[in-house]
Design a protein around this ligand. Structure first.
Ligand code: XIL
Length: 302
């Protein structure tokens, strides 16, 4: 294939990008999105604060702009994210207990119902585990509603949109030997054994010199897949430049291709100048939309 989406399709995988609503105003960026990618994630527009700015009052406008563009152009959509400790609307941030649990479930149900049938995979719960060596859940207002908040969210999402794949998504879960990776693995194993509806695990894959691409990545992806879930690289970006950056992108692609249930890769933005990383050049296209070495390594590896 001569594009990322075409090359990925040769092994029945997708290749996606995050897309912000403001991309729609930039024809150069949108030409790249349309040419290279067949899976779209809204960078911010489908998060809790964007979807439900006031309790019980949903605002679909920005999410719809992205979802409608994607569908009109033959792209699939990853929904991101139904329940998360971050980017909550102000009214939710100070909630707790059963009031928050109810509000969270109403949010999951409301959003997943509205987009029912239009979403390939939902990140049902994002970033619920702590960093470091504890393997514990992240402390948050949602965790404070009880340890079963994650499975409750997954059950609500399944009821609202039975056709969407339901994912747990997190970062720093790439290295098999990390406590956080093991903790997420044990949760997924427990969910599968008890029949909690979960179909996929998303690996954000934000890498930099302090958090490099692990050499055991294929082991991590393979072990999760062996639990009976798909695995997806959901927010890939890698700090660096030139061939060394390209080799790391190649490593990610090779790890995914080595696992049958690794079904697709999404990069977290198109041009370096659009990246959420304030400085640096972590993406596949430079600020002018030119293909970088990282692009060529990625395409060659697919
Ligand atoms: C980031 C967006 O890219 C930024 O624009 C925003 O200011 C903060 O969130 N993990 C996630 C994504 O799951 O939603 C985050 O996206 C990056 C880290």
């Amino acid at each position: 294939g001569s594009t990322l989406q075409a090359a990925a399709a040769e092994t029945n995988r997708y290749f996606g990008t995050a897309m912000a609503a403001h991309y729609l105003n930039n024809s150069g960026t949108m030409n790249i999105v349309n040419r290279e990618f067949n899976m779209i994630t809204a960078e911010n527009e489908m998060k809790m604060d964007a979807m439900q700015p006031n309790r019980g009052q949903f605002n679909w406008s920005s999410g719809d702009r992205i979802v409608n563009w994607a569908r009109q152009n033959g792209k699939q959509v990853r929904g991101h994210a139904l329940a998360w400790h971050s980017q909550q609307p102000g009214w939710m941030q100070n909630m707790s207990g059963s009031t928050l649990r109810t509000a969270m479930l109403e949010h999951v149900t409301g959003v997943a119902t509205y987009y029912r049938g239009k979403i390939h995979s939902w990140d049902v719960v994002n970033e619920a585990f702590a960093d470091g060596s504890s393997g514990a859940r992240r402390s948050s207002n949602l965790q404070g509603t009880g340890n079963d908040w994650i499975e409750a969210a997954f059950r609500a999402a399944r009821a609202a949109d039975p056709g969407a794949k339901l994912c747990y998504n997190d970062y720093n879960t790439d290295n098999w030997s990390h406590a956080k990776t093991q903790a997420v693995y044990n949760m997924v194993k427990d969910f599968k054994s008890r029949g909690v509806p979960i179909d996929c695990v998303g690996f954000q894959a934000h890498f930099n010199s302090g958090n490099p691409v692990p050499s055991n990545y294929h082991t991590t992806l393979g072990n999760f897949a062996a639990l009976g879930v798909d695995v997806q690289i959901t927010e890939l970006d890698i700090e660096g430049s030139g061939n060394s950056q390209g080799e790391q992108y190649r490593g990610i692609v090779q790890a995914c291709l080595s696992v049958a249930r690794c079904t697709g890769i999404t990069v977290w933005g198109v041009k370096d100048s659009d990246s959420w990383r304030a400085s640096g050049t972590p993406l596949l296209f430079d600020g002018n939309g030119n293909k970088k070495a990282a692009y060529n390594y990625t395409l060659d590896a697919l």
